[in-house]
Ligand binder design. Sequence first.
Ligand SMILES: [Zn+2]
Length: 66
Amino acid sequence: MATTNDVSNGMTEPCEVCEMDTLHEVTVQLVTEGDEGENARYSREPYRVRECQRCGNRESQRMNNA
Ligand SMILES: [Zn+2]
């Protein structure tokens, strides 16, 4: 089966600012959390960061539902 599923950078998603589908650059960043607290261990949580290529609006969304 030939599936073309190469969604790298640049995908069209709705932008809240533009109020239309615009080209977004999507990256995944690991953000270190848990500097303090009872569990003194570092947890690196993946965040999905997308940036509108039209207005430059950036949104980050935590990928893990905790
Ligand atoms: Zn936008």
